[in-house]
Design a protein around this ligand. Structure first.
Ligand code: NAG
Ligand code: NAG
Ligand code: NAG
Ligand code: NAG
Length: 399
């Protein structure tokens, strides 16, 4: 996200460093069972030929880097062994999805070099929101001007250009392009909304934020409808995460009143709003299934699994959920991951921890590969979805 990039280029953490904390990590979920809308009709794996992904930094595989320049080392150190356009030490959930579906990692649509879109494209951009934000919000919170509607416009452009180019291209050139008639055989994934909720929680009262939820849900639903009209059929749509569990909340509210935090140290008021957003999103998606007769729409609840992860981290293999792996955060000084700053006359480097796989937070804003892998393992098998089907079967319609 733009904000983030500014932080590490300047070397010292700005006030807003924490602002986008949740993006990588605060995804959400509902509990399996009970209210699933339909019965399983088929169980054979889908043959997805491509993935089209929309979202924020949790699934940005290169857009921020293509726009603002690379993340510094040690970003990417765990898996790619160099900065790889991802705000993490390694793979994101979208990368684990690509692996599971047997497809290559997605190139960002905004990346102009050495890209291959044969098996899809990634429109996610760090700092993106569902709804367009005004300019003061954009600059204060480092929000991307590429909101979901613009990501969708970019997809439209991508698709129509594909049709044109494919006709003219020779065999070799075609290898880098999607096959035009395969847009309906792709998986369409949307993972966005955490930034809207975060910004709202910082600029509105919780009641005002609640009043904004229907519009957020409507705009997300419009994106799904639009992609359907463009030929999309299989949708994997992630909910928002437990934003109230982000350490940023405690930092911003040092004088915590009684009842403000739940027994797990999460801000209850914020999590209640997120839960309400997810409920409305899920309801809307269930209604959409009745409107879009050929669509297979899966609602993926990240709230429950991520809440479990952050509140039960120790038992899940992460000894201390509060530790930020990369960056220098001592004595009230904050040097972002990979940055350098002069503190008390000596140079301090925002280095990474010895073993990132033991930590949830990579840079205080985004999660480690280990946390992403945990989330992928707990959601891609369908245990947090409605209907409860694994992503490999997300092309099958249930009703
Ligand atoms: C931008 O939106 C915020 C939150 O809704 C509001 O408080 C602020 O007044 C708006 N600023 C402008 C310039 O419209
Ligand atoms: C976890 O890490 C935080 C931040 O470094 C520290 O303040 C806290 O004491 C640690 N908790 C435990 C149980 O080690
Ligand atoms: C800088 O020096 C002051 C005074 O000795 C000390 O209180 C503070 O903790 C130091 N800051 C850092 C980041 O080491
Ligand atoms: C999905 O995987 C998680 C983690 O391994 C496991 O706890 C859960 O039971 C699995 N659910 C299903 C439906 O396979």
């Amino acid at each position: 996200m733009a904000f983030d990039m500014g932080s590490h280029t300047h070397g010292v953490l700005k006030m807003g460093f924490w602002k986008i904390l949740f993006i990588g990590f605060l995804l959400v979920s509902s509990v399996l069972g009970g209210d699933q809308v339909g019965k399983r009709k088929e169980s054979k794996p889908c043959s997805f030929t491509a993935i089209y992904n929309f979202g924020d930094s949790a699934s940005d595989t290169g857009a921020t880097t293509a726009t603002f320049g690379p993340f510094p080392p040690p970003y990417g150190e765990t898996f790619f062994h160099k900065p790889a356009g991802r705000a993490s030490d390694g793979r994101l959930v979208i990368d684990f999805i690509a692996e599971l579906l047997g497809l290559p990692y997605l190139d960002a649509y905004l990346n102009s070099l050495a890209t291959n879109y044969r098996h899809g494209a990634n429109f996610a951009v760090g700092g993106a929101t569902i709804r367009r934000q005004n300019s003061s919000i954009v600059s204060r919170f480092g929000i991307s001007p590429f909101s979901l509607d613009i990501e969708i416009t970019q997809f439209d452009n991508f698709k129509s250009r594909t049709y044109d180019l494919y006709k003219q291209a020779n065999t070799l050139e075609r290898r880098g392009l999607p096959v035009p008639n395969q847009f309906s055989e792709a998986l369409y994934r949307i993972d966005i909304g955490n930034n809207d909720l975060y910004v709202g929680s910082q600029t509105l009262s919780l009641q005002q934020l609640r009043e904004e939820l229907p519009d957020m849900v409507n705009q997300l639903a419009s994106a799904v409808e639009h992609l359907y009209q463009q030929g999309g059929r299989a949708f994997w749509i992630q909910s928002a995460g437990p934003l109230g569990c982000s350490p940023v909340n405690q930092i911003l509210n040092p004088n915590i009143p009684p009842g403000f935090l739940d027994k797990n140290g999460c801000v209850k008021g914020i999590n209640d709003v997120v839960t309400e957003y997810n409920r409305q999103l899920k309801d809307r998606l269930i209604k959409l299934r009745a409107e879009l007769l050929e669509a297979a729409i899966t609602y993926v609840d990240l709230y429950s699994p991520v809440y479990t992860l952050v509140t039960n981290a120790k038992n899940e293999g992460f000894p201390n959920a509060s530790i930020i792996c990369c960056g220098y955060f001592e004595n009230n000084a904050r040097v972002p991951c990979g940055a350098k700053a002069i503190i008390n006359g000596s140079e301090v480097y925002g280095a990474s921890c010895a073993n990132p796989s033991l930590h949830l937070s990579w840079d205080g804003v985004h999660s480690t590969e280990a946390a992403n892998k945990w989330v992928a393992n707990h959601v891609l098998n369908g245990s947090a979805s409605d209907p409860p089907i694994p992503i490999t079967q997300a092309c099958h319609r249930y009703n």
